[in-house]
Design a protein around this ligand. Sequence first.
Ligand SMILES: NC(=O)c1ccc[n+]([C@@H]2O[C@H](COP(=O)([O-])OP(=O)(O)OC[C@H]3O[C@@H](n4cnc5c(N)ncnc54)[C@H](OP(=O)(O)O)[C@@H]3O)[C@@H](O)[C@H]2O)c1
Length: 198
Amino acid sequence: MKILVVGANGTLGKAIVAELSPRHEIVTAGRSSGDVRVNIADPQSVSALFSAVGKLGAVACAAGNVHFGPLETMTPEQFDIGLREKLMGQVNLVLAGREFVEPGGSFTLVSGVLSRNPIRFGTSASMVNGAIESFVLAAAIELPARRINAVSPTLLEESLEAYGPYFAGFDPVPARRAALAYAKSIEGHQTGQVYVVE
Ligand SMILES: NC(=O)c1ccc[n+]([C@@H]2O[C@H](COP(=O)([O-])OP(=O)(O)OC[C@H]3O[C@@H](n4cnc5c(N)ncnc54)[C@H](OP(=O)(O)O)[C@@H]3O)[C@@H](O)[C@H]2O)c1
């Protein structure tokens, strides 16, 4: 199957590529790396991405920034980063990708543990992750002949050094386990699922 992996050069993206590449043709995309460059926050850039890669069996996304900071000082502009990048960025992939993903194909988006288990400074991430999961539930009943799921990992072991101090008491998982949820989404037949990986 031909699979577009957006954010393929990131911590999670690399694990997805490692899991899927032995069995599939992978097209990698990222903002500053990959076979094709894209800014998912920009709908025109996303349309250009699909025109460049053509028909696909699946789209897997492991990209999307959010701003972390204290709610007390958080500005609308800082909330807007997560809305534009992680939420609408992934919605943009689904909207523009509808006609390029073959019938029976799938979209797999990324949310994260903070939708169900909040941490200090993570309000924007919690809000956006919850919205992504609700989008997936709703889109699954309307996307004609295409499937859509979300992968919602807890903190990845590979990110422990960078983010560990914010996630006291969380039990990190290897990115490889989150990548398995992408394989379940893409190679399985389920739709409207949120795969919790923790
Ligand atoms: N790491 C964790 O512990 C963890 C846990 C749960 C959920 N998540 C979620 O998983 C996702 C990936 O996390 P990560 O730690 O793997 O991040 P990462 O290492 O920073 O990698 C992010 C990747 O996304 C690409 N990217 C970023 N913004 C983009 C944009 N606007 N358009 C296109 N590509 C863009 C980057 O491309 P370039 O490299 O080309 O710039 C990079 O390859 C995030 O949404 C994060 O919230 C992560």
